[in-house]
Write a protein that binds this ligand. Structure first.
Ligand code: GLC
Length: 743
């Protein structure tokens, strides 16, 4: 009997005849059959209940039918500690300490999809063990400004890199029966006024820059849920927005999962009913601190929605679609047959975290200290008797603070722990500067006397040391790398610039580690011989740092975002306040499609450290790129091969990047756009032939006159580089659409 007639037969059978259980409970039945059977048994009230929270981090099931509730949990870097049923306080459990994995900027900086797969598997096992059905991450908002407080949770300035690097995380996470919840869809590219700022931008910027990573997450990652952003887009809140939810996400991209609000992101029942929202969480609160006296029945998609449905003010089909999506999510997660059991804070997960840190750390500078003294890295212990570690970030628990991504950890190896384990008694420590506690909404004032004494002590000790390892950067305090606020300036906080200058004044041998999720200004660049971008690395951070500084691991990270020399060199800050941060009501993305290196290249404003940049302890030589043809037609592929050789003395990994350039574009196009990358490991003296393929899709831009992606016939070039600003080889070809070839 054909499948179709079998399904038809079963549709008429509300019980699986051979099992005497309801079809929706029979895990042998196709998912859609189970969804429709469950839906057919539900009352209107039960359907509406599926569409909103029952507590701070859980949403209703259908108790009468034995359909379980859903448990949602932050965050993108690990499973957040248990929160109270009905307020934002932590529940104080003693069994919810987890692995803190490196921040997603670090994962992006690995440029290694295998690291992303390991991340998703491990964090999925921890979420499953903690009995969470939806993990509220990963975040893929584009890095538009270095002042955005949440860039540390995201994957950089390039939509292609963010898309490629989020997909394996989602796929492996979901294999644990835990849904990814890709966020924050969309255009939540700053934290200032995040709850209401109304973003205006061109169709090209929307489709070419801000949507592709979400599209990859949905279509390739097959994410089972997505979180609407707090902000507005062209006048409508992102959490109930006809354009991005109904037209683009659910229609064009065929998303079959659940759209959930950011906590408190719903503002209107009718819009929520009609414009693509499925589940409302956290209304009347801000997802961080504020509480509310409203009950869950007061939520927009609760009693007010039921009233509208019963009055016929909105169609029943709206709630059937929402409820079907929620049922699908429940059957994929909390009611998944043969659910794995997961695991928590295991050595395997620590190894994953350490490996991501090893591959994500970026070596920015490693210059000889003088004509007579070679570069400081890797640190050879035989050269030093006294190594001074300076900086609040050497010991600070950077898993705390930062907002909803904060974590309660079982273990945390700090940079100081890692360096002491590697260099033993040679290591001394002094704080150098203090930053106060991570708090929302305000900065803890530090008495000048304390700052002065810490600085004087650090300078004194530095003068008596052979090597200084400065561990600074930003932190998870408000107005730093923290949710619900943006940075107030581009420079390092807490007096670090002055401290760095004074220390290098008494000791030139400084290795500077920046722990941050954002670029920072570097007025001391010429005085510091070695600079390492070290990210927020989580539980095993100190080990990864010691691995790389010692040379046990050869650094291979590449920047996922540009470091402008000064803030106004960044596209978002090159215009007026309407571009950033907006006028508190509206905002216009005036740099349009020219975000990050697209701006630096096209406007010829060199970055201090460019997108895709990262040094190694070895050197790589690129040969001439070879291309398989001079003409590319539709449905064809061109193959580009480039030999890459390790010409140094140690093994190392290199990220070979492929950019595409349209020579004579009729419309504004960036000078180059990332369309491929390969990370390869090469032994000393080894050469590998690195291969890419290019298709017509890699040539397209979003044509707002056609409202479709389109490639112009004509000359293109592929640019093969070790960074966006260091192209080592290139090759040209012509694109001729099929019909031209028929002439
Ligand atoms: C927060 C964040 C979001 C988080 C949610 C729950 O406001 O914006 O990323 O997942 O609320 O904590």
């Amino acid at each position: 009997m054909k499948n179709k007639s079998l399904i038809t037969l079963l549709m008429g059978v509300s019980f699986s005849s051979f099992a005497q259980i309801p079809v929706y409970q029979d895990v042998r039945q196709p998912l859609e059959l189970r969804v429709q059977d469950a839906l057919s048994r539900m009352t209107l009230e039960e359907k509406v209940k599926l569409c909103h929270a029952q507590s701070k981090f859980s949403s209703n099931g259908v108790p009468r039918l034995g359909i379980s509730e859903l448990w949602w949990s932050d965050g993108p870097h690990g499973v957040r500690a248990e929160i109270n049923w009905n307020d934002w306080g932590y529940a104080g459990w003693t069994n919810d300490s987890v692995t803190a994995f490196p921040a997603l900027t670090c994962l992006a900086a690995t440029w290694n999809p295998e690291m992303s797969a390991g991340y998703g598997r491990a964090i999925g096992e921890e979420a499953r063990y903690r009995k969470k059905d939806v993990l509220l991450g990963p975040g893929v908002n584009i890095y538009r400004t270095p002042l955005n407080g949440r860039n540390f949770e995201y994957m950089g300035e390039d939509p292609y890199l963010a898309g490629v690097m989020c997909v394996p995380y989602i796929q492996e996470l979901q294999k644990n029966g835990v849904a990814a919840c890709i966020k924050h869809y969309a255009l939540n590219n700053q934290e200032l006024w995040r709850g209401h700022i109304d973003v205006e931008l061109s169709d090209r910027a929307l489709h070419e820059i801000y949507l592709p990573a979400f599209k990859a997450a949905v279509q390739e990652g097959e994410a089972w849920s997505i979180m609407g952003a707090y902000n507005k887009i062209r006048g409508q809140h992102a959490c109930h927005n006809d354009l991005i939810l109904n037209q683009i996400l659910k229609n064009d991209w065929a998303f079959d999962g659940v759209v959930v609000t950011d906590w408190g992101g719903c503002h209107d029942t009718q819009e929520a009913a009609l414009y693509g929202l499925d589940v409302e969480m956290g209304s009347y609160t801000n997802g961080l601190t504020s509480e509310s006296e409203f009950s869950y029945e007061d939520y927009f998609l609760a009693q007010p929605y039921l009233n509208m449905l019963q009055a016929g003010a909105v169609c029943q089909s709206t709630v059937d679609d929402k409820a079907a999506r929620v049922l699908r999510l429940i059957f994929r997660t909390s009611m998944l047959p043969d659910k794995p059991f997961g695991s928590l804070a295991t050595q395997d997960h620590y190894d994953v975290a350490e490996a991501i840190g090893n591959e994500g750390i970026v070596l920015l500078k490693n210059a000889p200290v003088s004509k007579k003294q070679k570069a400081l890295l890797p640190i050879d212990p035989a050269r030093y008797k006294r190594i001074l570690v300076v900086g609040d970030n050497a010991t600070r628990l950077l898993n705390e603070g930062g907002g909803s991504s904060e974590l309660k950890v079982k273990d945390m190896i700090s940079p100081l722990d890692g360096l002491k384990a590697r260099y033993g008694d040679k290591v001394n420590y002094t704080q150098g500067y203090t930053a106060g506690r991570p708090m929302y909404g305000r900065i803890e004032g530090i008495p000048q006397s304390i700052s002065d004494s810490l600085r004087k002590e650090a300078v004194r000790m530095a003068a008596e040391s052979d090597l200084v390892i400065f561990v600074g950067g930003l932190n998870k305090n408000h107005y730093q790398d923290c949710e619900a606020g943006d940075r107030l300036s581009y420079g390092l906080p807490f007096g670090q610039d002055e401290l760095i200058r004074e220390i290098t004044g008494v000791n030139k041998n400084m290795v500077l580690l920046l722990l941050s999720g954002n670029a920072v200004e570097m007025p001391w660049l010429d005085q510091v011989p070695a600079i390492v971008q070290s990210w927020y690395l989580g539980s095993m951070g100190g080990k990864s740092i010691a691995n790389v500084l010692s040379g046990d691991i050869n650094p291979s990270g590449k920047l996922p975002f540009s470091f402008p020399v000064r803030l106004n060199d960044c596209g978002a800050h090159a215009f007026d306040e309407m571009s950033y941060p907006g006028d508190s009501i509206r905002q216009i993305y005036k740099e349009d499609i020219l975000v990050g290196y697209r701006w630096h290249d096209t406007k010829e404003i060199p970055a201090l450290f460019p997108f895709g940049y990262g040094m190694s302890y070895t050197d790589f030589e690129y040969g001439k790129a070879r291309i398989s043809g001079q003409t590319l037609r539709d449905e064809q592929l061109l193959t580009i091969t480039v030999p890459v050789k390790n010409t140094g003395k140690v093994a190392g990994k290199e990220v070979i990047q492929l950019y595409v350039n349209e020579a004579e574009a009729k419309v504004l196009r960036p000078t180059k756009e990332l369309k491929g990358f390969r990370k390869v490991e090469l032994q000393p003296g080894e050469t590998q032939e690195v291969t890419f393929t290019v298709s017509v899709d890699d040539l397209k831009y979003y044509d707002d006159t056609r409202q479709a992606w389109h490639a112009e016939p004509g000359a293109f070039r592929v640019l093969i580089g070790t960074s966006s600003a260091d192209i080592r080889s290139e090759a040209g070809f012509n694109y001729e659409p099929a019909l031209m070839g028929n002439k």
